[in-house]
Design a protein around this ligand. Sequence first.
Ligand SMILES: C[S@@+](CC[C@H](N)C(=O)[O-])C[C@H]1O[C@@H](n2cnc3c(N)ncnc32)[C@H](O)[C@@H]1O
Length: 247
Amino acid sequence: MTVTHPRPIITTGRLATRMSEQEQAQLKDLLKTWAPDATFVAEGKPLEVELGMGNGMALYERAKANPAMNFIGSEIYLNGLQTLLKALQKNPLPNVRVYPEDARTLFTSGLLQPESLARVLILFPDPWPKSSHHKRRIVQPELIESIKQHLQKNGELWVVSDWPSYAYHTIATLYPIKGLQLEQTVRKAADCKPSARLAEDGAPGGEAALGPQLLMQAPVWWQTTKYQEKAQIAGRNPWFIKAIKTS
Ligand SMILES: C[S@@+](CC[C@H](N)C(=O)[O-])C[C@H]1O[C@@H](n2cnc3c(N)ncnc32)[C@H](O)[C@@H]1O
């Protein structure tokens, strides 16, 4: 009997814009240079993993500012990868590696050891604001459970979004996961579910019910991301959610 695995749900809209075959070939070569491997992962430095890093420049700045830590950035948008790889080609950082696949597969690939990560970041994930698209949001219980298993004790998971309904969705998803402790927010998952409907993006009332003031502030190591800049120009500020692995 043949066992068929369901195709993973797509979590993003575009994979590349205007990239010549030559550019794609160059990208492939650079990706080989910066691929994460078992030696890098086992170096023993605190390890950060970012899912969907966009153009990767915020990760680049964090890595430059913190050479005592190692960083793996994942992204599937080729133009985003290209920006980071060009920066690394120009000014190499030995503590950075790039994973050009669906970020969710990093946690099933066997590359990362259980209980090994100091920090996992999901910054401004694709918002998928329509209810019928919420299943495409990358923050889902299975992924968070897998991230938790790879976090070391007291390791941190940060999810940052400029969409109130994504903040509610994240709290509702993280709250029930045993061994993950949400910091700062006093909201319970049950509070977030009805509020999430209230807070459908664009609808009035959502911000009042939770509001970024009841969440974390930007951490000291924060570097502004490209998407964050765009969101702020459009008048949307970030909502910072942090969870700690407790057991
Ligand atoms: C809205 S952008 C934010 C990018 C970046 N974090 C920033 O703040 O500028 C979301 C990014 O996540 C990436 N993405 C979405 N699903 C992904 C997945 N399953 N694996 C890797 N990257 C993904 C998209 O390609 C996109 O670049």
